[in-house]
Design a protein around this ligand. Structure first.
Ligand code: FAD
Length: 458
């Protein structure tokens, strides 16, 4: 190819299925490279009045997500409407609070409104002349052989078919694009549901939009077999989420009347109940949703279909990484395009899935691991002591001991590496903690000798 020729055919249109968080960001990345992009989305345009938001009102955005947003120049804009959460605040059964910082001074995860983020990304995508957004278009199926999409116009109920050259499936956990891949030979797929569901509930704003709980924190009410969490909103309210077993003595199935719900919350979340005036109504009005981990492979079909985001790796929400991982997918794909050139799709699709799959699997494991930590272990004083000791190890061995949470949340270390290091750290802590009763014990010569031995090979 001569140096004057473009590295790809600008006429080659790219198709993105799903304009959720990942699809809208991906469209922007692809459009900025000069590709014509057409985006199909099942829902109506979320920027139109009267649009009903779907699940989870706010999300925790952390370093991986920020970096991907920086790549399309939208991070500063979103930061204006994000609320930094510098730590978690645990509420015990008597309403007493314990605070645990997430990282070092200046480090925070951000509570961001899902709808705002999605709408902003769509605005930016639409502002580009080479992006065409088509809402109300549901993918019903795909003819992989003939590269055609079967679509339903949801307004007119008219079924139609459209060709594609290169298709990016960002249509979420129950992806229709993946559905087509699943029907190909030797396709690996698994879905695992937790026996827990979740329900969103509101912690109300105080007078004049004041936050009634500490604003710059993620709040957790850990109760062993279940928990509630809450993230701050800009209007002074908090978006609470109850993670609760579907069945059993304390479960969604067991709470059948408004009086039972209020009595239960009064017993297990006594400091939250007075801040939840709409509890009884919301509890019965808001859906109970399920929690699933989806793994699949390959993420590509031939050289013309690629899955990204939840379509390829849906995870449970306990590390606050699903969207962050999907945004990282977009950033990594863009880097591979830089590396290989925009015409080298076979190499890029191959490299993308080889690089991302082990990291997505590790993140899925990490998310399940953090569920136990959040609902159970953070209420245990021994666990909180262990976290303090880990902080001391990080200070004593900077660069060698980075807490697992920081590696996942405040770094760009591949998830698989972070998870492997975290498991080695857990093993060391299991050997160290029996020798430690209080924070000061860490400086005892015998404990320090043990620390030095453990760290020699780490
Ligand atoms: P989605 O957001 O699901 O978007 C898919 C899009 O495709 C949607 O717009 C949908 O309408 C469209 N679509 C679906 N099917 C079709 C079809 N057949 N045809 C056309 N269009 C279609 N992640 C974080 O990083 N931090 C958090 O704090 C966090 N909290 C969470 C809390 C909860 C309760 C849940 C459930 C998830 C949370 N996540 C969080 C995960 C995050 O929501 C997802 O990882 C993220 O939304 C994935 O983005 P996506 O674009 O891949 O999929």
């Amino acid at each position: 190819m001569s140096s004057a020729a473009p590295a790809f055919s600008p006429a080659e249109p790219l198709t993105v299925m799903g304009a959720g968080l990942v699809g809208s960001l991906l469209s922007l990345y692809l459009a900025r490279r000069g590709h014509p992009v057409q985006v199909f989305e099942r829902r109506a345009d979320p920027r139109r009045a009267g649009f009903q938001e779907g699940r989870s009102i706010n999300l925790a955005l952390s370093d991986r997500g920020w970096r991907a947003l920086e790549g399309v120049g939208v991070a500063d804009d979103i930061r204006q409407v994000g609320i930094p959460m510098t730590g978690r605040v645990m509420h015990d059964a008597h309403g007493a609070l314990t605070r645990q910082p997430y990282g070092q001074d200046g480090q925070a995860i951000y509570s961001v409104n899902r709808g705002h983020l999605n709408r902003r990304l769509l605005d930016l995508a639409e502002a580009r002349p080479n992006v065409r957004l088509r809402f109300g278009q549901q993918c019903l199926g795909i003819d992989l052989k003939n590269q055609r999409l079967d679509l339903l116009d949801t307004a007119t109920q008219h079924a139609h078919s459209e060709p594609y050259t290169r298709l990016f499936g960002t249509d979420g956990a129950f992806s229709a694009v993946r559905g087509a891949l699943q029907r190909t030979d030797r396709y690996d797929y698994s879905q695992d549901y937790l026996e827990y569901g979740y329900k969103e509930l509101t912690i109300a704003a105080g007078p004049a939009g004041a936050w009634q709980l500490e604003k710059n924190a993620l709040h957790i009410w850990p109760r062993g077999q279940f928990m509630m969490i809450a993230l701050p909103n800009l209007d002074g309210s908090f978006n609470g989420t109850l993670y609760f077993p579907f069945e059993g003595a304390e479960s969604f199935a067991a709470l059948r009347t408004p009086a039972e719900v209020v009595a239960f919350f009064g017993r297990v979340f006594p400091d939250a109940l007075p801040l939840m005036p709409q509890l009884a109504t919301e509890y019965f009005h808001n859906p109970t949703s399920s929690l699933v981990t989806i793994r699949c492979y390959p993420w590509k079909h031939a050289d013309d279909v690629l899955l990204l985001g939840d379509a390829s790796h849906a995870i449970v929400p306990f590390y606050g990484q699903g969207m962050n991982a999907g945004f990282e997918d977009c950033r990594v794909l863009n880097e591979l395009l830089d590396q290989h050139g925009d015409a080298a799709w076979p190499a890029i699709f191959g490299a993308f899935q080889a690089q991302r799959k082990p990291n997505a699997d590790a993140m899925a494991d990490l998310a399940l691991y953090n569920f136990t930590e959040m609902r159970d272990r953070v209420a245990d004083p021994r666990f909180l002591l262990q976290k303090k000791i880990e902080g001391k190890l990080a200070a004593q061995f900077p660069g060698r001991w980075t807490p697992l949470y920081s590696q996942v949340t405040f770094s760009h270390t591949p998830y698989a590496e972070a998870w492997a290091a975290g498991q080695r750290q857990d093993a060391i802590m299991a050997r160290l903690m029996p020798h430690i009763r209080a924070e000061a014990d860490f400086d005892q010569p015998a404990v320090q000798a043990l620390v030095q031995r453990e760290m020699a090979d780490f």
